[in-house]
Design a protein around this ligand. Structure first.
Ligand SMILES: O=C(O)CCC(=O)C(=O)O
Ligand SMILES: [Fe+2]
Length: 329
């Protein structure tokens, strides 16, 4: 255990015996039903690749603002650079003290879904930086693979076909998000944080942190727990979409980032959202007489849009997503 957030060794996901996979699925399932957060250790993403992604991220954020703005965020594709204070994860509080860069599924310009103007389908907005794209695509693919493997464990825990999620996660609206938090200024606005209190929107998040700390998680008792950096591990948490899919059996837990004091902080989140057309309807085994289905079925893209729009309301960066959804929901 690390501050009540369990450490889970997931090596059995790569060719473990059926008994080992079964035991791992039960362990993961317990964490998802309880705090909704766990550390993933002994996973398949190479340490050297994580290091390279952090280096490329630091190089990107160190660039002139004007250069970063060449890749500015587009809401309809949910890709690109979100400048400092461009977003408020808690829309009731001042904007977050952070900047971010979003990378989505890499698609060619002639991909039929791009040509049709589908929401959340767009080309990535690559900066002109040697090696950046290759590193980020390798990191995206590695996290996508790990996220799908973790979904096999979820399926086993829930007692459905172990491949249930495969074709709902093979062209995902996933976002690889580089994050940079500057040191807290002497005077912070009332209630200002690096990342305001929020829950994540997708199925799972795989978060890599540096050694600076600052992530906090609210447990069921309402206490804020520090989620310290565990070298080599990802912090994995359930998002709102999987909570809805499991009829609230798995929990999406509020968390926040306190601005670092005296030094900057970097983190990299991989948000695994489902395919746009995936139907998010109560899973088999997740409803019973005591717990009837709580939500109407919804498409993945409509659900993500409903959760994403409010965070950009103050800065205006969200423009374009709602318009795109009117033509193609
Ligand atoms: O930077 C972090 O440690 C967490 C960020 C986060 O929770 C988010 O972007 O959803
Ligand atoms: Fe988050």
């Amino acid at each position: 255990m690390s501050g009540n957030i369990p450490l889970i060794d997931v090596s059995a996901l790569d060719g473990g015996s059926p008994a080992a996979v079964e035991a791992l699925a039960a362990q993961i399932g317990r964490a998802c039903r309880d705090i909704g957060f766990f550390y993933v250790t002994n996973h398949s993403v190479p340490a050297g690749l994580i290091d390279r992604a952090f280096e490329a991220s630091a190089d990107f954020f160190a660039r002139d603002e004007a250069k970063k703005m060449r890749s500015v965020y587009s809401a309809s594709g949910n890709r690109g650079y979100v400048p400092m204070k461009g977003e408020a994860l808690d829309p009731t509080k001042p904007a977050d003290l952070k900047e971010a860069f979003n990378i989505g599924l890499e698609l060619p310009p002639d991909d039929p879904e791009i040509v049709e103007g589908r929401m959340f389908r767009a080309e990535n907005r690559w900066p002109e930086m040697a090696g950046f794209r290759d590193t980020m695509l390798a990191y995206f693919d590695a996290c996508h693979g790990l996220g799908r493997a973790i979904h096999r464990a979820f399926a086993i825990d829930i007692g459905i076909d172990e491949d249930f999620f495969e074709d709902k996660l093979d062209r995902p609206m996933a976002v690889l998000r580089l994050l940079h938090y500057p040191p807290a200024p002497e005077r912070l606005d009332e209630g200002q944080l690096g990342a305001g209190e929020h829950t994540d929107y997708g199925c799972v998040t795989l978060l890599a942190t540096d050694g600076v700390g600052g992530l906090e998680v609210r447990n069921r008792a309402g206490e804020w727990l520090k989620a310290p950096h565990v070298p080599g591990a990802f912090v994995c948490n359930i998002g709102d979409c999987l909570m809805r899919w499991t009829n609230d059996i798995y929990v999406s837990t509020p968390h926040r980032v306190v601005s670092p004091s005296g030094r900057e902080r970097f983190s990299i989140a991989f948000f695994l959202d489902p395919n746009p057309e995936a139907e998010i309807a109560c899973l088999p085994n997740c409803a019973s007489d005591d717990r009837p289905a709580r939500y109407v079925p919804i498409r993945g893209d409509a659900f993500l849009l409903s959760r994403l729009s409010p965070t950009y309301e103050t800065s205006g960066l969200g423009k374009g997503a709602k318009e795109a959804s009117k033509t193609h929901a």
